[in-house]
Design a protein around this ligand. Structure first.
Ligand code: NI
Length: 173
């Protein structure tokens, strides 16, 4: 297990389209463990493999609140089978767009099909924060970031913030 560096915008790797996992193996599970370590190190609630530079269709998530037991979830090759017409607005953030938060509208409910880390298939309804998070992470698999939904002005502000945060981190490193 290892904490790996999380790529930040505008790293071009974040724009790559992730490839399906052909077979869930021990190598996949090692990558998943690294993804959790990297996500927890930055106090994130979701992470796509491409964010640590591996463009494979793998997402990890933990929506447990502070003080709750961890709720590790793994989504391999996820697909959205249906989405509600009803929308939900949430103030999103992203470890690849550090310290910037803004509102995004997405379908309030989605049905998702995916493989778990044993390669077993599941189908599940997602609502609330779960629905937001799975859609946000699945966008990463298509090379898309939440700031792409924002106006040009707000996207510019987000990128200014990222540049500032990255400079600060380099100074403190
Ligand atoms: Ni993200």
């Amino acid at each position: 297990m290892a904490v790996r560096k999380i790529l930040t915008a505008p790293d071009p790797i974040l724009r790559e389209i992730s490839k399906p996992v052909a077979e869930v193996t021990d190598e996949t599970r090692t990558l998943v463990a690294d993804m959790f370590d990297s996500m927890y190190a930055e106090r994130g609630i979701g992470l796509a493999a491409v964010q640590i530079g591996v463009p494979l269709r793998i997402i990890v998530m933990d929506l447990a609140r502070n003080g709750e037991e961890p709720q590790k979830r793994v989504f391999i090759n996820p697909e959205i089978l249906s989405a509600s017409d009803e929308m939900f607005t949430y103030e999103e953030g992203c470890l690849s767009v550090p310290e910037y938060f803004d509102e995004v509208d997405r379908p309030a409910q989605v049905t998702v099909r995916y493989l778990d880390e044993d390669g077993k298939q599941h189908e599940e309804e997602a609502v609330g924060l779960f629905a937001v998070c799975i859609q946000h992470e699945m966008d990463h698999l298509e090379g898309k970031l939440f700031i792409d939904y924002l106006s040009k002005l707000r996207r510019g502000r987000a990128m200014d913030k990222v540049k500032k945060v990255v400079r600060q981190r380099e100074r403190n490193a």
